[in-house]
Design a protein around this ligand. Structure first.
Ligand code: PRP
Length: 211
């Protein structure tokens, strides 16, 4: 039997994913230990796990370096890789939104030319260019996106909101909703055919947990 390899997005999603896997009998104790190791193996079940930066998970899965990935819908939409999205895992729920200072409400409605700061340029482009048919300038940042309208880098931001605390603490409000987000399971296209039984069992197990 060949190894089935899982790529997990580092951080909160990985922890909850591992808890779900444990509930369906897939465990990997080694991954919980305090180590700098990158790959963890369950020899008995012939499984391998690795933690990767969220934005890299779809790449590992598209190329088949991982058969299965657990990653947020935001990353899937942004990275636009060729893979199967097979399951909404129902956790890590948040929203992709447009936010800014309250006074931007009118300006954004007028359809004026504005600057949009975001970690998600593809999602922002798709939303403004294709859905709203609005010409905007997209500025790519890598974190602390809420800073941009506060220091005059952009009029609005496209970002994730979970509790709303970061927006509130910085005097920003949600101007528009783009889409709901949550953790998803993605599968490499070839693995889906070659390992259909093992992968289907995992999907079935995870689905039953949601009932
Ligand atoms: C994310 C997101 C928001 C914040 C939203 O940032 O970009 O800044 O969380 O969460 P809240 O609505 O619960 O306040 P993250 O913590 O990933 O850090 P980053 O700013 O470096 O991207």
């Amino acid at each position: 039997m060949r190894y089935l390899t899982f790529a997990l997005a580092k951080g909160r999603l990985a922890k909850t994913s591992l808890e779900l896997f444990e509930k369906i009998g897939i465990s990997c104790d080694e991954i919980k230990s305090d180590t700098r190791k990158l790959i963890f193996v369950n020899e008995e079940l012939k499984l391998k796990f690795f933690l990767a930066k969220a934005s890299d998970v779809p790449t590992y899965v598209e190329y088949g370096a991982a058969d299965i990935g657990i990653v947020g819908k935001d990353t899937i939409l942004e990275e636009k890789k060729n893979l199967y999205e097979v399951l909404d895992l129902g956790f890590g729920k948040c929203r992709m939104i447009v936010a800014g200072q309250d006074k931007m409400k009118d300006i954004i409605d007028e359809g004026s030319s504005i600057r949009v700061a975001t970690k998600y340029p593809n999602i922002a482009k798709d939303y403004f260019y294709n859905k709203k048919n609005q010409k905007v300038e997209i500025i790519k940042l890598n974190g602390s996106i809420e800073l941009a309208p506060l220091v005059g880098l952009s009029e609005v931001i496209v970002d994730i909101v979970e509790t709303g605390t970061t927006l509130k603490d910085n005097g920003l409000v949600i101007l528009e909703e783009i889409c709901p987000l949550s953790a998803r399971m993605v599968v490499n296209r070839v693995s889906m055919k070659m390992e259909i039984d093992r992968i289907s069992n995992i999907i079935k197990g995870l689905r039953e947990l949601q009932l």
